[in-house]
Design a protein around this ligand. Structure first.
Ligand SMILES: [Zn+2]
Length: 273
């Protein structure tokens, strides 16, 4: 059984502030170790339940956060940015299931630690076929393009309720209870890693019995609507062929499938940097 573990940083055990996940801040060195440990907990649970091949994708910022020297050597690690599949690099029809570790709620959620969608500087909101969506949904939809279900997610309680609505039947490991955008009641590391380990093990056991969640399919063609933070950002992005400006801050475009939608969305956000 081949598993993709896609990791972000905002929903990692103990993380409550942007300083914790910003590579230039002195606190960051502590939290990249915590990120590696949360991923290791997911790997341990999956191995216990019978997974035998594990790809880890480092999906936060530059993609250079997880410490390979501390990562369970059963897994291989994809590092760096910008790979064609970004946060879910490694996904393909040969992957049996995906897990999202250290994820966060979509922009505009509260209380939610570091809620945002793709870029806190650029993106005010995203909709697929008129339905509001966060990073979990976007990445789960890319996995579904290859028939891959997301079977387990870790983060705060608001991320867990978001993902329970998007992907019914998904296992969730809540590692902290958010109390605002940059505060949370964090479980001890022993407790939160135990939760991740157990949820991962349960998710793989259920997958083996054919009881896991279905891939998160978006019906085609896919209309992508993006609200950017400023009208100036839309001045540039609305010049792209087939991108229609709806109003000062929103653009819309139609895509044949989710892969096209993901790439177009990332290009549009990327050009505003
Ligand atoms: Zn991140």
């Amino acid at each position: 059984m081949k598993l993709l573990i896609a990791a972000d940083m905002e929903g990692i055990s103990g993380v409550v502030a942007w300083d914790h996940v910003s590579a230039k801040h002195p606190e960051y060195t502590r939290f990249r170790k915590m990120m590696t440990a949360d991923v290791n907990a997911a790997i341990e649970g999956a191995l216990k339940a019978g997974a035998d091949e594990i790809l880890v994708a480092d999906g936060h910022g530059s993609g250079n956060n997880i410490l390979i020297e501390d990562l369970n050597p059963v897994a291989s690690l994809h590092s760096g940015n910008a790979a064609p599949f970004a946060m879910v690099q490694g996904v393909g029809s040969d992957v049996d299931a995906a897990m999202f570790i250290g994820y966060h709620a979509r922009v505009g959620s509260t209380p939610a630690v570091l809620d945002h969608t793709w870029s806190s500087r650029v993106v005010a909101n995203v909709w697929l076929n008129g339905k509001i969506i966060g990073e979990t949904g976007l990445n789960a939809a890319v996995c579904a393009h290859y028939g891959v279900p997301v079977i387990m997610v870790s983060g705060d309680q608001t991320l867990a309720s978001e993902v329970n609505k998007t992907i019914p039947g998904v296992e969730t490991a809540i590692v902290k209870i958010a109390t605002s955008h940059q505060s949370a009641q964090c479980y001890s590391l022993k407790e939160s890693r135990g939760r991740i380990r157990e949820a991962s093990e349960r998710a793989v056991q259920r997958l083996k019995k054919g009881e896991g969640p279905k891939p998160y399919q978006i019906s085609k063609p896919i209309t992508v609507t993006v609200e950017l933070k400023t009208s100036g950002m839309v001045d540039g992005s609305s010049l792209i062929p087939n991108v229609k400006r709806l109003d000062a801050r929103r653009v819309e475009f139609e895509c044949t499938d989710m892969l096209h939608a993901y790439h177009a969305f990332r290009s549009l956000v990327g050009m505003t940097f």
